[in-house]
Write a protein that binds this ligand. Structure first.
Ligand code: PEP
Ligand code: MN
Length: 316
């Protein structure tokens, strides 16, 4: 018996006629949509690394982290100007001033910026500043917000709700696409499941990466920082995500310059720039190996092809 209102993957062609592979015939079985943010390409070539502070806290802190992540080889800068906090009494981000600081950091480093928009009234404003709009886990099913970010037409990083099924997540992405904006990158950021909260903040659902590839052509990246909540777990989680086919990572970093204050937000999961550098090196090395393998395969296919051709001509 099917419970009214429940969804399963069989419902995808109806829920997501634009984005599901089942509903949309424009994309082949293996083709991923390439989402471009300036010169950064999600879903084409080597995985993208987005890195930066959890929150924009000050000009000095943001510029220091931005410079450190650029030097470590990151492709884009992250940082929250408006922060979704569990308590209204906690630091809520610098707001508009945070957007100005992010722009300074972009000017200083050349890195495109992604930042979260939480308020439907601020979508136009954040879109003026950011290169990519982030919709956070807590807002994945904020349908008016999804429609607005679809309408402004900037690339969107759509985080998975922390208890969202794949159907619900793709349904949320469909709201953005229905406004004519297909430049959507999905982001797995850990889900609530037993025993989340015991030794890690959430459970990193690696299985969803190949599942996403099976059911949609949108690229998917992973946030190992929020998924684990523990700095020492971020590097192994990053490697695993890449091995599972993630098209990128979004990572929280704190600069380790002397006198730098502890981050006011998510300090326990912030890695240092050296660890980020190792993760970037892992990606570059692995991408090189994959390219070598692909070239070797193409070369041997060509040789076999010509060998077959020779055999055929002999027979003829
Ligand atoms: C963030 O990336 O800053 C964030 C708050 O993440 P999430 O929405 O996944 O909790
Ligand atoms: Mn954070």
């Amino acid at each position: 018996m099917k419970i009214a209102g429940s969804t399963s993957l069989e419902d995808l062609p109806r829920i997501c006629p634009l984005l599901s592979r089942e509903g949309n015939q424009r994309y082949g079985a293996t083709e991923t949509r390439v989402v471009e943010v300036g010169s950064v390409h999600f879903g084409g070539g080597r995985p993208v690394v987005i890195a930066g502070p959890c929150a924009v806290e000050s000009r000095e802190q943001t510029l220091a982290v931005a410079e450190a992540v650029r030097a470590a080889g990151a492709d884009m800068l992250r940082g929250g100007a408006y922060k979704p906090r569990t308590s209204p009494h906690d630091f809520q981000g610098l707001g508009d001033e945070g957007l100005e600081i992010l722009c300074l950091a972009r000017e200083a480093t050349g890195l495109p910026i992604v930042t979260e928009v939480m308020d439907v009234r601020l979508v136009d404003k954040v879109a003026e500043y950011a290169d990519m709009l982030q919709v956070g886990s807590r807002n994945m099913q904020n349908y008016p917000l999804l429609k607005e970010v679809g309408r402004v037409g900037k690339p969107v990083l759509l985080k998975r709700g922390m208890a969202a099924s794949l159907c619900e997540w793709l349904g949320a992405a469909e709201y953005i696409a229905a406004e004519g904006n297909y430049d959507i990158v999905l982001c797995e950021r850990g889900i609530k499941a037993y025993p989340s909260g015991e030794y890690s903040r959430y459970i990193l659902d690696l299985n969803v990466i190949p599942a996403v590839k099976l059911h949609t052509f949108l690229p998917i990246i992973v946030d190992p920082s929020h998924a684990t909540g523990v700095a020492s777990m971020v590097e192994p989680a990053s490697r695993a995500a890449i091995e599972f086919g993630s098209e990128g990572l979004i990572i929280e970093v704190a600069a380790d310059s002397p006198g730098q204050a502890k981050p006011r937000c998510d300090a326990a999961q912030a890695i240092d720039p050296k660890t980020l550098q190792r993760i970037v090196n892992f990606i570059i090395t692995r991408a090189g190996v994959l390219l070598e393998n692909a070239l070797a395969q193409a070369f041997s296919a060509q040789r076999n092809g010509s060998a077959r051709h020779t055999i055929t001509s002999e027979v003829v």
